[in-house]
Design a protein around this ligand. Structure first.
Ligand code: HSE
Length: 319
């Protein structure tokens, strides 16, 4: 209890593009907006409580055992908190649920970062990753790290699997004029369902193609080569099986390219689609074209378009 250095903090964590095309469960990019905000108040009864949730249209549980903010906060306290450390959490959802923007990840990260900032500020961001993944495990059934790592750290991350569930995260360089666009249709796809449609085995030529593409993405980021990056975004592990869940997939991706995007694909498990572009004007044009193409396919959509976020989750002390 003596470690407590503030009573109330507010943390925010933003939207992410998991997979970044070919990097199924291993690459993630931080879009940074919209954000989920978690306000955490330190209490010394050892408990985790969720006292308010706004912006979820009543869709989320207030039970800390069945809401990823409660689970992530608990995981931080269990791993790093002093005896008796507890939190009361308020969650403000800015991310839509089931959108492919990493909604559960943003909530988990904001909760973990807020809780750590109250009780164990010496713990590094990277050390919080596994606690954030517990929120993801609850929400999706699998503690996949790509959304949480990008939301926590910002930038583009590579998640290297180790023994068992261990993951090592490597931050990759982000080219200065790299913009990311997400077009978010008025559809809901739950990650667990989008994982269920994936086959247990894929043709070897598809696996080989993805190996080359992921290596190409990493090389392109190091070389600051957006043309190469655009050529390496195609995915053959998940997209062929998920595209059918997203009305307008082909038309929206074609529209993004025609408007000047370098490439794109499904954001996480969808239904949002992402594109990358060199600079603001191509990004703005691509965003408009993607929303328009969704609309022509009969689905309303909105978009976010911004330079790749390189900051990650942030904390403000409010008391
Ligand atoms: N890598 C995960 C998937 C991300 O594609 O299922 C889910 O947001």
């Amino acid at each position: 209890v003596s470690k407590m250095n503030a009573r109330v903090v507010r943390a925010q964590a933003g939207a992410t593009v998991a997979n970044l095309g070919p990097g199924f469960d291993v690459l993630g990019l931080s879009l940074g907006m919209p954000v989920d905000v978690v306000e955490a108040e330190a209490v010394d009864n050892g408990g985790v409580a969720i006292v308010a949730i706004d912006g979820d249209e009543g869709g989320l549980s207030h039970d800390p055992l069945t809401n990823c903010v409660g689970v992530a906060a608990r995981a931080v306290l269990d791993r790093f908190g002093p005896r008796g450390a507890g939190v009361r959490l308020r969650l403000q959802k800015g991310l839509p649920l089931g959108s492919g923007l990493g909604s559960s990840a943003a909530s988990s990260v904001a909760a973990a970062v807020a809780t750590a900032s109250l009780w164990c500020p010496e713990v590094s961001r990277l050390e919080l990753l596994d606690a954030c993944r517990e929120g993801e495990r609850l929400a999706t059934g699998v503690p996949h790290p790509d959304n949480v790592a990008a939301s926590l750290l910002g930038g583009v991350v590579l998640c290297l699997p180790g023994e068992g569930e261990e993951v090592e995260v490597i931050r990759l360089p982000v080219p200065q004029d790299l913009w990311a666009i997400c077009a978010c249709p008025d559809l809901v796809v739950h990650t667990a369902d989008a994982r269920d449609v994936l086959p247990a085995e894929v043709p070897r030529q598809d696996a080989v193609r993805n190996l080359a593409s992921v290596a190409g993405v990493v090389a392109a980021l190091w070389r600051n080569d957006l043309e190469l990056l655009g050529r390496c975004l195609e995915d053959r592990l998940a997209t062929p099986y998920r595209r059918g869940l997203i009305t307008g997939f082909d038309e929206v991706m074609a529209a993004a390219r025609r408007a000047g995007a370098i490439g794109g694909g499904i954001s996480g498990s969808g239904p949002s689609l992402f594109a990358l572009a060199a600079g603001q004007s191509a990004a703005t044009a691509a965003a408009q074209a993607m929303v328009q193409a969704f609309s022509e396919a009969g689905v309303e959509a909105w978009s976010v378009s911004r330079p790749v976020d390189t900051v990650g989750a942030t904390v403000t002390r409010i008391g």
